[in-house]
Design a protein around this ligand. Structure first.
Ligand code: HEC
Length: 187
C-alpha cells in the first residue's frame, strides 16, 4: 500500500514537472519570437533603406535598446538576452552557468550531434533558464560577422568603431553563433 502511494506521489510529481517544463518553454518561446521578429524586421527595413551600412548603424545603436524594450513588456518574471562565446557587445558575454551551456552546445555540434531546439536548466528552486541556439543561417549575417573577404568593409568600419573589442567575426555559414537565453521565475 505504502509503495503504491509512494509511486502515485512520484508519478504526480513527474507529471507536474512535465507540465511546468512545458509552460516554461512556452513562455520562453513567446519572448524569443518577440525579440527575434523585432530584430529581424528592423534589420531588413534598415537594409532596405540604406544597405548594410545603415543596418550596421541600426544594430550598433538599437539592438540592446530593443532587447530592453522587449524585456519591459513582460512583467517581471521573464528576461531575455542574446549571448555568445565570441560576443560583439561584451554585455552579451555569458555568465558562468551560461558559458557551460554554450560550451556544451559547441561540443555537441563538433561531435555531429543535432541540438535540441530549446534547452531548459533549473538554476534555483523557482528560476529557470531556457536556451535557444542561434546559427549563422543567412548569407546576410556574414556581411557583418564573416571574414574580411565577405564582410562589408564600410559597415564593418562602423561596427569596429562601436565595438573595438569585437570578437564576432570570421563565422561561416551554418556556424553556431550563440543563443537566446530567457530567465523565467516560476512561483
Ligand atoms: C548590419 C550588420 C549585422 C548583420 C547583417 C547581422 N548582425 Fe549580428 N550583430 C551586429 C551588431 C552591431 C551586434 C551588436 C549588437 C549589440 O550591441 O547587442 C550584433 C550582435 C549579434 C548577436 C549578439 C551577440 C553578440 O555577439 O553581441 C548575435 C547572436 C548576432 N548578432 C547574430 C546575427 C545573425 C544570426 C545574423 C544573421 C541573421 C546577424 N547577426 C546579422 C551586426 C549585424
Amino acid at each position: 500500500m505504502k509503495k503504491i502511494l509512494l509511486s502515485t506521489a512520484l508519478l504526480s510529481l513527474t507529471l507536474l514537472n512535465a507540465a511546468t517544463t512545458q509552460e516554461i518553454k512556452d513562455e520562453a518561446k513567446t519572448a524569443i519570437v518577440k525579440l527575434k521578429t523585432t530584430l529581424q524586421t528592423e534589420l531588413k527595413a534598415n537594409m532596405k533603406k540604406g544597405g548594410v551600412q545603415q543596418a550596421a548603424v541600426f544594430c550598433s545603436n538599437r539592438a540592446s535598446d530593443i532587447t530592453h524594450a522587449v524585456n519591459i513588456s513582460f512583467a517581471n518574471h521573464a528576461k531575455i538576452r542574446r549571448i555568445s562565446l565570441k560576443p560583439r557587445n561584451s554585455a552579451n558575454s555569458p555568465k558562468s552557468d551560461e558559458r557551460i551551456v554554450l560550451e556544451q552546445m559547441q561540443k555537441d555540434i563538433d561531435n555531429g550531434k543535432k541540438l535540441k531546439p530549446l534547452i531548459v536548466k533549473q538554476i534555483y528552486k523557482d528560476t529557470y533558464k531556457v536556451y535557444k541556439p542561434i546559427f549563422i543561417n543567412k548569407g546576410v549575417c556574414l556581411k557583418c560577422h564573416g571574414n574580411t573577404q565577405i564582410r562589408d568593409a564600410k559597415a564593418y568600419k562602423i561596427i569596429k568603431q562601436n565595438y573595438p573589442n569585437d570578437r564576432a567575426i570570421n563565422y561561416k555559414m551554418n556556424d553556431f553563433r550563440g543563443a537566446f537565453v530567457v530567465t523565467i521565475v516560476k512561483k
